[in-house]
Design a protein around this ligand. Sequence first.
Ligand SMILES: [Zn+2]
Length: 519
Amino acid sequence: MDFDIIFQHGTVIDGTRNQLGFVADVGVVDDRIVAVGDLSQKKGQQVIDATDRIVCPGFIDVHVHSEMSLLGGRDQHAGVIQGVTTQLLAPDGFGWTGLDPQTASQFWQYTKFAYADFPSELAAEAFNWQTPEAYLEIFAGRTPANVCPQVPHCTVRLAAMGWEDRPAAPDELTQMEQATRSWMEAGATGICLGLDYQPGANADLNELVTLCRLVQSYGGLYAAHIRYELLGRQAAWEETLEICRQAEIPVHISHERVDEVTQSVLEQVDREDLDLTFESYLYPAGMTHLAMRLPMDLQTGSPEEMIDKLKQPAAKQRAIQHLSTNLEKDLSIIGYTQSGRYIGMTLQEAAESVNQPIDEFAYNLVVEEEGVETLIMFWQIPEEKSERILNHTAVHPRMMIASDGVYEIPHPHPRGYGCFAQFGRKFVKERQLLSWEEAIWKMSGFPAERFGLKDRGQLKEGLAADIVVFDPETLADKSTWSDPLQPAVGVEHVLVNGQRVIANSAVTNQLPGRVLRRS
Ligand SMILES: [Zn+2]
């Protein structure tokens, strides 16, 4: 037998965007792509007809809250069903490694809005991962997709100085540098931050630049949910440019878009030739916890301290006042509450159901749910304008696709099950804004190159066999605002490390995912 698997007569799009799709066969042996060309005289253990299908490298999701759901549970396959074969860990700087068990479980409580209940499979080892390696060990052979570490900034800060809302002292910064170094030694692609989340939001520019210099010395990158709430979007972008200049580090901005705010900053980036990229999931709504819309000083401290603070009468009044100007009221959908109330209702409907003004209801929700709540929040602009922004974003040369998927909560954002399929269906097929070659580059070759995954992101002889075969005619997202758990369709075969995780459009339940390291 010449090959384990041959995909026959497919249109190969190699993930580089430098070559037009061409009809060829692709041969796989073990976990490698061994041949791309005419293999009609060769024999394969499995020969799969890919006529009229696109055969391309597996997609790479660089910002996704999937690391626990990949280990089991309702949404374990939400990504691979769309062709995602590698997912990065520690989005927004979240993680639970290097903490004492009590602090780690506090941080789980804080991040529950994006991860729901702690997976029971991990109960025995929970919250006692003292080193990056101890944490990374839980993934190999237990996930359908590969995972790759990033330095979890929130966690690194939490380990060094708890929930303190002040700049780091020199010895604390030294401790953060040590933790950062241990993650970079473990092969992290770079450092990831969530500068609207506790306790990462308390980092000053000096802390960020200091840690970035270290990350840069390993060839790593700075990836951040930037400081929207404290600085506003424009200034938050400018802070990121400043980090890029001072630390001479490549920077990457999470979940962004091209509109009147970013257009001028992006022009500045071009003028200065700064090393900046960003990602987008291309939906006109975000998803996060309501606590983020409170005044920053009322968000600080551990989850318990935050709730205690919010209960003070003066704080309550100030919080409601702040929410009245800072909250998206139009159509926001409640996706998760600790108590299970109001799921799938709009904020307005839920407030009316208990006869409360909406701002007061939002405040009560945070307090009563002990901070565990998640909302889909729509952009507060007319649809025509938001679609125009999405179109501009989809074609921007510095933009790659990443889902920011949130899983396991009762009513998540449709991006988790639909992001990659939507990009193809809506922006390539229906709107014809870009070619399949460009679109696939934005989902595979571009993220692989940017995040330093040299063995992935291209369909080329010698590289790892992470391969997607899809029907460009039928590829479509099916998840919607009201029904977000519908799997995407059109992806027929997915290989991860040469193993079939999707075969004939069905999940195989194989778990060949590995831990990838920066290369
Ligand atoms: Zn984020």
